[in-house]
Design a protein around this ligand. Sequence first.
Ligand code: PGA
Length: 247
Amino acid sequence: MKFFIGNWKMFGVPKSINILNKINSFYSKDKNRNKYRVIMTPPYTLIESYAKNFKNKKISIGSQNCYQKEQFSSDTAAVSPYMLRSVGAKYTLVGHSDNRGEGDTNAMLKDKVKYALKNNLKVVFCIGENKSEKKNKKTLNVLKNQLTKVLEKKFNKSNIIVAYEPIWSIGTGKIPTLLELEKTTIYIKKVLKNIFKKNSPAVLYGGSVDGSNVKIFKEIKEIDGFLIGGASKSSKKFIDIIKNYYR
Ligand code: PGA
């Protein structure tokens, strides 16, 4: 099973649901539809209405983040996994580099994963090195650290997806070479097999994915799908990614 996950970031108002309606009508008729899942993560403000709208449809709605406490607390503006699940979210991103940049620590991320899973949200756990770590050949070490400091064997592996997003590639149009990405993805799966003492969860790639470079990425059979930012805000661009992946 492949995954095409759209991350809207700070984008969208109620009428932006038109974008999802178009993607959903493509998805429900696509001859390849049983080979993949489509998940969209709009901002918090739209989760409830979108999840209602797509309740019995093929697209699933997720959140871009969640707070590191389970249910209710006195943390202003925080939204817990319990609250997200109660309005219909099925997935949540955890550890996006934007949020790590705002101060999310490994300990916080571990609690986010734990409470999200406990509340029946599937977790898309994001990892990735920055430009200077890459330049100093620290990529594999950084990724190993990010994985082993947060994920644990006792977490339900089948509800976890890992998204490899090199920070230098997010929103920049820069992408890793085929060889680099293949090597990195194989390494990530090796670390995950070690953590879970079994098969690895799905591993996605994210960072400037678009309708043309997806043809390159599909050569790497270890990649189980994509986390798509910019291109997920346009139904045409998002559909082109899926079409060109299966072409
Ligand atoms: P991008 O974003 O596709 O715009 O590079 C990816 C992400 O941040 O998830």
